[in-house]
Design a protein around this ligand. Sequence first.
Ligand code: MG
Length: 291
Amino acid sequence: MSGSKLGGFISKVSRSFFGKRMIIAKSRKDLDRMREVGELIAEVREAVREMIAPGVTTLELNEAAAKMMNDAGARPAFLNYQPSGMTPFPFVICASVNEQVVHGFSNEKPLQEGDILSVDMAAFYNGFVGDTAMTVAIGEVGEEVAQLIRVTEECLMLGIEQCRPNNRVGDIGAAIQKHAERYNYGIVRDYTGHGIGRSMHEAPQIANYGRPGTKEKIRAGYCFAIEPMLNMGTHETKTLDDKWTVITADGKPSAHCEHTIAVTPEGPEILTLSKKQKAALKQTKSETIAA
Ligand code: MG
């Protein structure tokens, strides 16, 4: 499992330093900023989700996301991102269709009924970063593909559930792996989740596989980007000639979803929820308590 890269972007150089870096616990004030940028990027994600339909191009989605971030006073974190030895990433969003896993380029090709599209996006606001991704079906898709998306979302939530004080980072990967393997999906190993804060990529590296009770201890104040990437077939990937777009080695579809979360004394708090999603969650919680 050597040579893992972060789900977002990371160079070989940063990777070698990565293991030695400290996990940064956020102050109360930092967490408020993380909440702000989390909600901001979630609103952009949900607006992009609403736009996705047959006939729409990923370039249109990219431009819409750019405008929304700009209007909100946020700076896109992916645009011109350049790990050493790489060319700058040329778009605001990563738009990865079907067998594309991550880091896909936006283009003028209309999305087609039956396709799936993974959209990953991140922004800086008030000095902090929010990072989120979703996979969306274009119109009607086959049951097999719909299940891949659903299970990836379930894996995300199971991983998040492990983000509690005194658990370990290996618990997150173990929960994701257990659920994904139930469906025989390939778990992408070359890219991982990560700590997040003032930088898009902080320690620790958070693999989507692992053993319970291993790796770093989780503490209140840590912020993580959890991002399972599941393939219908093999876990192996390759990179296209554009040096960025990652595809599955066997050409089968791949799904990716991501939230930025904060570890609180009570457990995980998902930071990348829209206002509407937060209201719905609050409603569910109060109903649960009432019942
Ligand atoms: Mg990420």
